[in-house]
Design a protein. Structure first.
Length: 187
């Protein structure tokens, strides 16, 4: 399949580490646009570091990169009242859905039929939840297809970790939001 024959796909990416293997895998069948929609990442310096690393990797792979410009306030409004939830709880589900909805909207606005997320590559994320949220958003948005891919399957996480080591990616030690800093596991 030639590059021109590959359909475009919007790939929500939270960081370069998680984008490593999914981006390589997707390029075999799609022309990915890496979409950085992560206003949850705190503090701003951390956000910029993850964004810049993700952009660098996307460009190195020959992929387009786009950044969501919604800002942290919109995300804070979306999760209001859930700040005390434990990591992996209701706050995270709302956060995931909100960022996937932003990704779906970005795809729809540009006439791109396919979207997916790198979040399923993480062993700390519930892939079943992410896949259900993506499918739900696709059902709500005519003309969109959510590529339900659990990227951690078939050693996906090991592959993405190997790519991260090879590329020398910055590796964060918490999910991203201020609440996850307080709840990160002791190392």
């Amino acid at each position: 399949m030639t590059a021109a024959a590959r359909p475009p796909l919007v790939l929500h990416a939270c960081c370069a580490v998680c984008a490593g293997y999914p981006l390589v895998k997707l390029q075999a069948a799609y022309d990915p646009v890496v979409y950085f929609s992560n206003p949850n990442i705190y503090p701003r310096a951390e956000y910029e570091r993850r964004r810049d690393e993700c952009r660098r990797y996307a460009e190195a792979c020959g992929c387009a990169f786009a950044e969501d410009d919604c800002g942290a306030r919109a995300w804070e409004t979306a999760i209001k009242g859930l700040e005390g939830e434990p990591e992996g709880g209701r706050r995270c589900a709302v956060c995931f859905r909100w960022r996937l909805a932003r990704t779906a909207a970005y795809a729809k606005e540009r006439g791109i039929s396919f979207f997916t997320t790198t979040l399923t590559v993480s062993p700390r994320k519930k892939s079943a939840l992410l896949l259900a949220l993506g499918a739900e958003l696709a059902r709500e948005t005519p003309g969109l297809v959510f590529l339900a891919e659990d990227f951690k399957k078939k050693d996906g996480y090991a592959k993405t970790a190997a790519i991260a080591r090879r590329e020398g990616f910055y590796r964060q030690n918490y999910c991203g939001c201020a609440m996850s800093i307080r709840q990160k596991p002791r190392e």
